[in-house]
Design a protein around this ligand. Structure first.
Ligand code: NAD
Length: 501
């Protein structure tokens, strides 16, 4: 049963809200206060099928809508989002907990994908060859897939879905978005904005739910592709199940991102960026730096400078101008506390302890303060696991080669960064490192919208990254058309394999 005192959310299909009928609900909370703020219906298989059917019905009309009209709607959507970005940021802070400026940054990075997708007419251009064989012309075109499914994580309620749907829609597909059940309101707000922008009903749909809803998308013959972002075990499951059901799948997973600091680095820059990348969004970013690899004799001074900055951070309600907000749920808070306990028990040095401290917030929010560990070794769980919280672990190594070896031995390969003033070392690093996104004196190297976002190894299943030209490739399939207009000289019957002349 949904609690009576809070609003009950809905699904969104065919251009309108659709009430949940399954009788299953989950709580949406404000992580800064710990209060339940809404009740979310979780879809049954039947409800998922109805939302997918709405997207399927809208597909032929949208596919046949001219590129000029489609991009005009995208431009309107972009304009509306620009005007009302603050509303969306406030929704993100209220359900995720990240501070408002960070939420606004997330919206801005998503907006950049909308802007990129406005270039669809150019990006969807095929190629043509005249007279490839005598009297024969050849053209390659790219066509939309049909209904595409997007399954997103809690940590970027707006940006991660926006890595995919602007491009999917621009390319002529219809979308079913299954947002994280922890942060569903951003997707519902976006659905209303699309309607205001003039998107035909059924082109953008929101299916709220849990594993039942995801499984319905993975197994429905009417869903042609899945774009998933979340933790590695679920990404692997989604990839295997989706491809077994004949779908195109891109499944982005978890991460353990290393920042390697060489002895010649600018230490103030490195300390600033370690703090920004380690504790921004309370460490709940797939590109967060969680392992700092201090090379040679840089460690003592670097740890001291990071510690000074860390103790000065203000943690609290994201609406109050703090540096860092809470974690997303009580369970996440308890999990991160558990990792800090485990790190200490394993013998790492707790330089700054996030279990203690006060927070600028009312109520019982899910706060953990920024935590800095030194002398972490690769066998400790604070090193091996993706903690997804404000915990930065310093691992000391003697040489550049040891640092590279450590990063490459890690099962994840999402992002990494090197801090140095030595161009030769940076160049070797970018060649030898087995990670999909690399920063040189840039701690969170998230690619621009017109490049593609994606990690290596256990951070991505499938071969296509998000947005950029990869995005248009993923959301379209190629067709080659070979044409001959008959003239009186055609050659008659010939059962041999066609040859060119
Ligand atoms: P999650 O894997 O728990 O959930 C992601 C989505 O999968 C949600 O929509 C959820 O409802 C659904 N889901 C959960 N369990 C499922 C199951 N058993 N079967 C089918 N679907 C299921 O991830 P999360 O906690 O929401 O997000 C945090 C994770 O996402 C972290 O591991 C983080 O690194 C990762 N992430 C990765 C990237 C990237 O680009 N690689 C970006 C953002 C987040």
């Amino acid at each position: 049963m949904a609690p009576a005192a809070v609003p009950v959310l809905s699904h969104w299909a065919d251009g309108q809200k659709v009430d949940g009928k399954s009788g299953r609900f989950s709580d949406v909370t404000n992580p800064a206060t710990g209060e339940v703020t809404a009740s979310l219906p979780l879809a049954s298989e039947q409800e998922a099928a109805e939302v997918i059917a709405a997207a399927k019905a809208a597909f032929p009309g949208w596919r046949d809508t001219s590129l000029a009209r489609r991009t005009r709607i995208l431009f309107t959507f972009r304009q509306l989002l620009d005007e009302r970005a603050g509303e969306l940021a406030a929704i993100i802070t209220a359900e995720h907990g990240k501070v408002l400026s960070d939420a606004a940054g997330e919206v801005a990075r998503g907006q950049e994908v909308v802007e990129f997708a406005c270039g669809a007419p150019h990006l969807l251009k095929g190629s043509a060859t005249q007279n490839a064989s005598t009297g024969v012309d050849v053209a390659s075109i790219r066509q939309p897939l049909g209904v595409v499914g997007i399954v997103s994580p809690f940590n970027f309620p707006a940006m991660v879905p926006m890595w995919f749907f602007p491009i999917a829609i621009a390319a002529g597909n219809t979308v079913v978005l299954k947002p994280s059940e922890k942060v569903p309101s951003a997707a519902l707000w976006i659905a209303e904005l699309w309607k205001e922008a003039g998107l035909p009903d059924g082109v953008f749909n929101v299916l709220n739910g849990d594993k039942t809803a995801v499984d319905a998308l993975l197994t429905s013959p009417d869903v042609r592709s899945i774009s998933f972002v979340g933790s590695t075990p679920i990404a692997r499951y989604v990839y295997e199940t989706g491809t077994a059901h004949g779908k195109r799948v891109q499944a982005l997973g978890g991460a353990k991102n290393h920042m390697v600091v060489l002895p010649d680095a600018d230490l103030d820059l490195a300390a600033d960026q370690a703090v920004n990348a380690g504790f921004g969004s309370a460490g709940e970013r797939c590109m967060a730096i969680s392992a700092l690899v201090a090379v040679g004799d840089v460690a003592d001074e670097l740890v001291a400078r990071i510690a000074d900055r860390t103790v000065a951070l203000r943690t609290g309600d994201g609406t109050r101008g703090c540096d860092m907000g809470p974690l997303v749920t009580r369970a996440a808070q308890e999990r991160v506390w558990g990792y800090i306990d485990a790190g200490q028990a394993a013998g790492a040095t707790v330089v700054v302890d996030g279990r203690a401290g006060s927070y600028d917030a009312d109520g019982a929010g899910f706060f953990v303060g920024p935590t800095l560990f030194d002398h972490v070794t690769p066998d400790m769980t604070i090193y091996t696991d993706e903690i997804f919280g404000p915990v930065l672990s310093v691992v000391r190594v003697d040489t550049f080669d040891e640092g590279v070896e450590l990063v490459n031995a890690n099962p994840y390969g999402n992002g990494t960064a090197i801090f140095t003033n030595d161009g030769g070392a940076a160049r070797r690093f970018q060649t030898e490192i087995e990670v999909g996104m690399v920063g040189v004196n840039v701690p969170v190297p998230v690619p621009m919208a017109y490049y593609s976002f994606g990690g290596w190894k256990s951070s991505l299943f499938g071969d296509t990254h998000a947005h950029g030209t990869d995005g248009f490739h993923f959301f379209t399939r190629g067709k080659v058309v070979t044409t001959r207009w008959l003239d009186p000289s055609h050659g008659g019957i010939n059962l041999g394999f066609p040859q060119n002349a």
